[in-house]
Write a protein that binds this ligand. Structure first.
Ligand code: CLA
Ligand code: PID
Ligand code: PID
Ligand code: PID
Ligand code: PID
Ligand code: PID
Ligand code: PID
Length: 312
């Protein structure tokens, strides 16, 4: 297709730049400017809306392309192979073309709003500037091909199951865990801190397992889960906490996407996360909430998971 061909040209223009970026740099965990959690949530919300509007099959293919690219990483900077670099660009170009232009611009504008204008120049200073310029010229040509292949209306909204066992169980889980949710400091910057003692390649292994799980999920249910998060963001209070109803809808939606993949795929995520999150992190989280509320939530979760497993 045209986007695939254009991605090869983009690769010619941008792979030198890709090789020069230090993908393992811990700086990428930081906010791209001053820390503004509510504004950042708005930007994430725009990404969620774009994801919910995208063609689920093309999202899956993009996830597969990323998984494959992780497999061909080499060198200290963590760069993928030239062929996989092109394949990721092509897959993302197709995802972008599957949503109306305005959804893409809404993400751009919201991200711009939380990005200090000095950040791009700083990023450029870490690589060969001429290669960054060449990559950007390549992107500008690529985007015209994407725009020429872009839809003008979003794909249909998801169908949300009703009256299913997971929906019923989500009510009990949410009742048991909403007090815990209200105890959590959602606006803290602790969630952007590096994991003690862990390197980027180690963290990437766990992300890879999530990508694999995402790619196996039922596309309609994943879209529904994204829509539920978007709705939940719309009802947050000043402390970032969503309404009980929207929280319940998120739990139901996530239970359903978990049930749509094999158990082992879920356990692969859990086990890889357990390798990078040591008990000091979990204990720190626990220390900041009412322990009885956390234990009630945990009890609710362990009951919920049996319902999920039964329909998995
Ligand atoms: Mg989420 C999970 C935040 C968007 C899909 N997501 C999580 C949690 C964290 C979070 C609260 C990971 C850390 C953790 O396990 O804490 N998501 C979060 C934010 C946003 C977002 C702030 C921004 C909008 N997510 C989002 C979108 C999607 C997902 C758009 C795609 C549709 N997210 C997704 C999945 C999962 C998460 C599939 C998880 O599996 C993971 C999670 O919650 O695992 C348990 C602990 C969790 C909480 C504090 C909240 C849930 C409370 C549960 C139901 C009960 C508590 C149990 C116990 C006390 C603690 C966990 C025990 C542990 C051994 C499992
Ligand atoms: C400017 C001035 C003009 C010239 C110009 C110009 C530039 C415009 C630009 C630009 C626009 C632009 C857009 C970019 C957009 C990037 C979008 C990224 C989206 C990320 C997402 C992430 C996610 C997920 C995912 C799916 C999940 C949800 C999420 C489900 C269902 C200014 C040059 C024209 C770069 C969507 C993918 C996992 C949130 O106009 O004169 O330069 O760049 O998890 O959804 O699972
Ligand atoms: C524009 C203007 C509108 C019209 C429009 C428009 C277009 C927007 C577009 C577009 C946005 C867009 C985005 C693209 C992004 C591509 C990103 C590619 C990333 C590839 C990576 C590969 C890799 C890896 C990996 C992880 C490793 C690092 C690597 C570590 C820690 C402008 C059309 C709406 C194409 C990251 C995955 C292995 C490098 O908005 O008017 O057209 O395209 O090895 O991580 O090692
Ligand atoms: C300039 C002037 C214009 C021309 C121009 C220009 C240049 C702009 C530039 C540039 C922008 C730019 C951006 C870059 C962005 C790179 C982003 C990389 C992200 C990597 C991540 C990696 C990671 C992980 C991971 C998970 C870990 C955390 C991490 C945990 C818990 C100035 C040329 C347009 C290079 C996210 C995935 C392993 C961080 O605009 O005239 O030149 O470059 O380790 O999670 O540990
Ligand atoms: C233990 C001991 C026994 C008792 C027990 C026990 C506990 C087991 C547990 C547990 C397992 C467990 C699993 C959990 C899994 C969480 C999985 C999260 C996945 C997140 C993903 C994120 C993403 C996306 C997304 C889609 C995108 C890709 C991504 C596309 C196509 C130890 C109690 C049984 C919590 C997948 C969603 C946006 C990466 O066994 O004695 O306690 O918890 O962007 O994909 O867009
Ligand atoms: C288990 C054992 C195996 C069998 C198995 C199994 C089950 C795994 C499961 C499962 C995993 C799982 C995960 C679930 C997670 C739910 C998470 C809910 C999060 C809700 C949020 C709501 C909100 C917001 C929001 C953003 C705001 C904060 C909030 C800010 C900054 C165990 C079956 C495989 C259900 C985060 C979105 C508005 C609070 O593996 O043997 O069954 O379920 O307002 O952010 O303000
Ligand atoms: C313990 C002992 C057992 C019993 C037990 C127990 C407790 C475990 C616990 C607990 C685990 C736990 C986890 C918590 C996790 C919370 C995660 C919240 C994530 C929030 C995010 C918010 C955000 C943003 C956002 C984007 C911004 C950055 C942020 C930028 C660029 C010990 C009870 C099981 C509470 C990610 C989205 C706005 C950070 O196990 O016997 O008690 O709690 O602002 O992006 O700015």
């Amino acid at each position: 297709d045209q986007i695939g061909d254009a991605a090869k040209k983009l690769g010619d223009a941008s792979y030198d730049f890709a090789k020069e970026v230090d993908w393992n740099n811990g700086v990428f965990l930081q906010a791209p400017g001053s820390f503004q959690p509510l504004k950042a949530l708005k930007a994430i919300d725009k990404m969620i809306e774009m994801g919910a509007a995208a063609d689920p099959e093309l999202l899956k293919k993009a996830a597969d392309a990323h998984h494959k690219a992780i497999g061909s990483i080499s060198g200290p900077n963590g760069v993928t192979s030239r062929a996989d670099w092109d394949a990721v660009n092509a897959a993302l170009g197709r995802v972008v073309a599957s949503v109306p232009k305005q959804k893409v611009m809404d993400v751009y504008d919201a991200v711009k709003d939380i990005t200090d204008p000095k950040v791009p120049a700083y990023m450029k200073s870490l690589v060969n500037g001429a290669d960054a310029e060449k990559a950007y010229q390549g992107f500008l040509e690529f985007k015209d091909v994407v725009a020429a292949n872009q839809v003008t209306t979003a794909s249909a909204a998801a169908t949300v199951p009703t009256g299913d066992k997971i929906g019923t169980a989500a009510k009990a889980l949410s009742d048991a865990s909403y007090p815990f949710i209200k105890d959590i400091d959602w606006l803290s910057d602790v969630y952007l801190k590096p994991l003690p003692g862990k390197t980027a390649p180690e963290a990437l292994k766990a992300i890879d397992k999530m990508i694999v799980m995402g790619s196996k999920m039922d596309g309609n249910l994943l879209k529904a889960a994204a829509e539920a998060h978007h709705k939940a963001i719309g009802s947050i209070d000043a402390k970032g906490v969503t309404s009980p109803e929207d929280y319940e809808a998120v739990n139901a939606a996530l239970g359903r996407i978990v049930a749509s993949v094999p158990k082992q795929t879920v356990m692969d995520v859990y086990n890889s996360m357990a390798k990078i999150v040591d008990s000091s992190v979990t204990n720190n989280m626990f220390s900041k909430v009412n322990p009885l509320d956390a234990l009630s939530a945990a009890k609710g979760f362990y009951t919920f998971k049996d319902v999920v497993e039964a329909v998995q």
